[in-house]
Design a protein around this ligand. Sequence first.
Ligand code: PEP
Length: 248
Amino acid sequence: MRKPIIAGNWKMFKTIAEADSFVQHLPVVEQEVDVVVCAPFTALFSLTEPLRAKNIALGAQNVHWESEGAFTGEVSPGMLAEIGVKYVIIGHSERRAYFNETDETVNRKVRSALDARLMPIVCVGENLSVREAGQTSTIVNGQITAALSELSAEQLNQIVIAYEPIWAIGTGQTATAEEANEVIKAIRGCIAEQFGSQWAEQVRIQYGGSVNPQNIQGFMSQSDIDGALVGGASLTPDSFIALVKGAA
Ligand code: PEP
């Protein structure tokens, strides 16, 4: 049985004061769903204790692959782990599009994050022209193969995949639950080819792209969708709480 996981991606929203106020409005989360808040770097440290008290894990939105060095502006996996971060989003489509993230850098970040005992939430997804050309699974499975390159099968237990069609992110347009499930099944098949089906069956795979409290249950009712990575609808406590309830 794979435990559902809901992760909020706050992107570049919320000051420390806003982040603290958000968490104060949350109830203690029940055990049946893993809940993660991926906050901006500046708010992470102050959220460690308040989130722990609510049984919610702290996540970051990016990380560098080196452990230290002359990399102005970057943050290492160890630095995140030191302040209580448990998860880190890697390869979000916004980072691939605006900050030159490539399949190769995604893989380096995944391996370094795992070495620091962080759990990567690895994002993959196709753009609209790829979807219209019927190439979704080819492209997405290529991203998966690259991201998981050189990992051991045991490390798959420490990874979450987020399938996020780029055309659905922040647009209000979603893949149907069935379409998302089909791509996610293909991702599981791709992981099975690389590592064996007993390992692939254990990997948690989220859907992301305009998920909200109204549509979450449709996604969660699918056989292969284990949760959601949520941007816009994770920004207010009421909506976030409703998403968590919808996943339980
Ligand atoms: C995201 O940022 O990963 C995302 C899925 O955003 P939204 O839920 O706003 O589409």
